[in-house]
Design a binder for this molecule. Structure first.
Ligand code: ZN
Length: 138
């Protein structure tokens, strides 16, 4: 039996740059060239200054847990019971939905420090994944 693949994201002209960057090992967010606002999910025109000019800004990979849900039902492969979906607030300010891995459910706290890095799910798909960020002693 082959392992089930994750559902494919709907890639289009507005968000394709994100998945291309993830495949290159980088996490990028759309940044307006007119007013420097970060936008996620990406859109063609800046809602703040109406500029059509933007670029993919590379993020630091540091963030905090803004919110999360734990999936219990239905359990569809390749997901496992207790799969955690996090809304991570990147330190640059954008919020991105992604899996939260390697943390016991009782240890999850809103505001906890997270590291975000692209991880290959299969031969064709790379997604950002959040893990607990180890505090570095000063
Ligand atoms: Zn703008």
């Amino acid at each position: 039996m082959t392992d089930a693949l994750r559902p494919r994201p709907s890639v289009n002209l507005d968000n394709g740059f994100i998945f291309e960057a993830l495949n290159d090992g980088r996490l990028v967010i759309q940044k307006c060239d007119g007013c420097a606002e970060l936008r996620h999910p990406p859109v063609p025109m800046c809602p703040s200054c109406h500029s059509l000019d933007w670029h993919g800004e590379e993020m630091s990979g540091r963030g905090t847990l803004f919110s999360y849900v734990v999936l219990h039902h239905p359990v569809v492969p390749p997901f496992r019971p207790g799969y955690v979906v996090a809304l991570v607030e990147l330190e640059e300010g954008a919020r991105v939905v992604m899996p939260l891995e390697d943390v016991a459910r009782d240890d999850i706290e809103i505001g906890m420090a997270l590291s975000v890095a692209p991880e290959r799910m299969d031969d064709e798909l790379t997604l950002p994944v959040a893990r607990v960020r180890a505090e570095v002693p000063a």
